[in-house]
Design a protein around this ligand. Sequence first.
Ligand SMILES: Nc1ncnc2c1ncn2[C@@H]1O[C@H](COP(=O)(O)OP(=O)(O)OP(=O)(O)O)[C@@H](O)[C@H]1O
Ligand SMILES: [Mg+2]
Length: 260
Amino acid sequence: MPLLYTKNLRREFGGVIAVSDVNFEVMKNSITGLIGPNGAGKTTLFNNITGLDFPTKGNVFFKGEDITELPAYKITRIGIARTFQNIRLFREMTVFENVMIGRHFRGNHPKLSRNRLVNFALGMVNLKMEEKDIYENSIKWLDFFNLLPFRDEYAKNLPYGRQRELEIARALATEPDLLFLDEPAAGMNPQETEELMATIRKIRDLGVTVVLIEHDMKLVMNICDTITVLNYGQKIAEGTPGQIQNNKDVIEAYLGKSDD
Ligand SMILES: Nc1ncnc2c1ncn2[C@@H]1O[C@H](COP(=O)(O)OP(=O)(O)OP(=O)(O)O)[C@@H](O)[C@H]1O
Ligand SMILES: [Mg+2]
């Protein structure tokens, strides 16, 4: 069974069918690509899975449970994290603070909840433990992205590519099982993109399943195990990078029909 799947997921905005009855599957421990031309419905599908928006019809299942109605903060708690097409950092906060906030969002970490209860009885001692846990977790993810030297810098002062990495660090600080990345390489130079590919593989090797929307075909074809293609809200293909590259409908969607 897939780790996550949607069943006939549909999202209409007025007359626009942004996502049209899509069955989308994500296998555990895979890197799954979601591609398609501008306006194909990729971000809308992400939003409907991660509780930022809700389907007109259809369902989302994660680890076998129907999570369609869950709001974003609950989605985070059950182990799904994401980044955004337009970077959403706390620009006036430091790099370190941005990651610590990510950890706070994941309220139900077993150790943390236990600490909360004990805090009730024992007060500050355990509160410090909880803070220590958040502190150490944040350091771990900053280190993973080589962002430790910038920990006290304002997020807004980081170069664009590093801001994208910081956003991924913040998402990972919630310790998700499943990570959604909406155009992680957007605005990155070729060298940064190259490094990002290695990083995404490393994230997967840590046991985090990754789904990414990306227009950089080199990145997608290089790192994805499987790719789903949307066009005008509809799923037009899914398969391995090799299958997708040779798929007639996909080529048409991207290049337009030769007789147009
Ligand atoms: N909140 C909204 N209200 C109305 N229409 C919307 C809304 N969000 C998305 N749409 C429409 O839904 C369609 C799909 O948009 P979406 O942002 O999901 O595409 P996308 O595949 O992510 O495109 P891009 O590659 O440009 O990011 C578009 O026609 C868009 O205008
Ligand atoms: Mg989008």
